[in-house]
Write a protein that binds this ligand. Structure first.
Ligand code: SF4
Length: 504
């Protein structure tokens, strides 16, 4: 459900429509010479209108596969007869989303009752089994305590092992369970990264000298229980009220006025929420304006879409992917770079549909990078991470970051100690080619920005407190500030926690 409607007056659209920004990097002799001599900034953009020619190559559809992976959604009783073409449709997916919020939980309950057996295992560590009623009650109790609503696309629902959901790495990312939640660390905050303090205009975070984050939507196709922007993203929950919808023409214009006024900004991340929920005409408008901005050299659209609904990239009736590819082409012809940043956390999220979707993007010249979040009991071991990295590499997706889970509310049971990330970083080295080794990053609580985990100033493993500095924030006078990350309390008290698994 869309929380906000994009307000578009006709005048506003005309003023900002794509025809006002017909940027093309046509290689005039001047620009060609400039590119050849690497005098990048002197490239003069030719803004004369030329017809756009789609460069998207035909899909390499696989033969109809007969293995059990082929039509994996058919194991869901209500989609047993759903043909491939229908399941691959974005519209069909949206119409069959399973969600639960403050007011409505019945549809989710009905789905869960249909999916799980009468008796199923409890969470690893608790041992034993539970009834279907106990399981559904546990999910409802989790929703009441959580900061994020439940909203999951059919694609992901079809990737879950429903005979043992509470131990499934996909289920655990998108469904809260009351029984595994623990008390928050006292230093945990709703806006852990303090983004509001670095927001010069509504909808934009400008923290680093050369880049800024444009929060263009607060809606996602699927909501993650561990979302960093839980204070802003998705509908209200019983735990937290997120305020009114904020997307408006005025807000977009103010963001662009700011971006264009800052000569030092060269790099824009367009995120939210999820760029999958930016309407195609707005996606193109944003791309065109960034390409036209003299100071902008590169930009990325951040979407979890490739992980949660990859079929959209194969749906020829849906214009989002064609628009993205068109923006990527226009950026390249203007001598700029557009990338797609996505968010896979576990290899089980990847199917033949993901492979085909990535192939379409790669064949169309779209660069893809992945950012994972390290999550306890989901991907906090070297085997899972290595498998994920290798699968990403095979799809020509750059494994870019592994983030330490942020110190946000109600995800204490999913956070790991910093040491877990350091161990994974150490073990990845040498196991895959150097250019596929992701950076292991802590996004410093309090607004210090991203810092490699291994560059801590101190790390007391007894108290779980690590300290960091961020020299890159010199212009903001923050280069000597000390930022602290706190390991989850329950990883400090015991050498072996019977409920939550391996701890230090
Ligand atoms: S996709 Fe990103 S913004 Fe959306 S809920 Fe997940 S982590 Fe949050």
């Amino acid at each position: 459900m869309l929380r906000q409607a994009i307000t578009r007056s006709k005048g506003g659209l005309d003023a900002l429509g794509t025809s006002t920004y017909p940027v093309r990097g046509v290689a005039t002799s001047t620009s060609r010479h400039a590119l050849e001599t690497h005098n990048y900034h002197s490239v003069i953009l030719d803004r004369s209108p030329i017809p756009y020619v789609a460069s998207t190559p035909p899909l390499l559809w696989p033969e109809r596969r007969q293995d059990t992976e082929s039509d994996f959604w058919r194991k869901i009783p209500q989609w047993r007869d759903t043909p491939r073409d229908e399941f691959l449709s974005w519209t069909w997916g949206i119409n069959h989303v399973i969600e639960a919020n403050i007011k409505k939980k019945d549809k989710l309950k009905e789905f869960l009752y249909a999916m799980v057996p009468n008796e199923l295992p409890r969470t690893h560590g608790l041992g034993g089994s539970q009834t279907r009623d106990e399981f559904v009650g546990d999910v409802v109790s989790g929703i009441r305590k959580a900061t994020m609503s439940v909203r999951v696309m059919p694609y992901l629902l079809s990737r879950i092992n429903w005979s043992d959901p509470v131990n499934d790495p996909i289920f655990k990312q998108f469904f809260p369970l009351g029984s595994v939640m623990v008390d928050d660390h006292p230093m945990v905050k709703m806006d852990s990264l303090n983004e509001k303090s670095d927001s010069p205009v509504d909808g934009l975070v400008h923290r680093y000298p050369d880049k800024a984050l444009f929060l263009a939507t607060s809606v996602c196709p699927t909501y993650c229980v561990f979302c960093t922007r839980a204070h802003d993203v998705g509908p209200d929950t019983e735990m937290i009220s997120k305020g009114p919808a904020r997307m408006s023409r005025e807000r977009i214009d103010n963001v662009f006025k700011y971006i264009e006024s800052q000569e030092g900004i060269h790099d824009i991340v367009v995120s939210g929420g999820d760029a999958f929920y930016i309407q195609p005409n707005l996606l193109e408008e944003i791309g065109d304006r960034l390409i036209a901005a003299k100071n902008i050299e590169r930009f990325r659209f951040a979407t979890k879409g490739l992980a949660v609904a990859p079929h959209r990239f194969l749906d020829r009736k849906d214009p989002w992917t064609d628009t993205l590819i068109r923006v990527s082409d226009k950026a390249r012809r203007a001598g700029k770079h557009m990338a797609l940043h996505t968010h896979f956390n576990h290899p089980n999220e990847i199917s033949w549909i993901t492979e085909q979707a990535s192939l379409r993007l790669v064949q169309s010249g779209v660069s893809i990078r992945n950012q994972s979040v390290l999550l306890r009991g989901i991907n906090d071991n070297i085997d899972t991470m290595l498998t994920l990295i290798k699968k990403l590499a095979k799809m020509v997706i750059q494994p870019y970051y592994i983030y330490q889970c942020d110190m946000v509310k109600k995800v204490e049971h999913r956070r790991t100690s910093l040491q877990t990330l350091l161990d994974i970083e150490s073990q990845i080295q040498g196991a895959v080619a150097g250019f596929f080794i992701p950076k292991c990053i802590v996004d410093l609580p309090g607004g210090g920005g991203k810092r490699p985990a291994s560059l801590y100033e101190s790390y007391d493993r007894r108290t779980g407190i690590s300290t960091f500095k961020q020299p890159a924030l010199k212009e903001k006078g923050r280069e000597d500030m000390v930022y602290r990350y706190y390991d989850p309390v329950d990883t400090l008290l015991h050498t072996q926690n019977p409920v939550l698994g391996r701890v230090r």
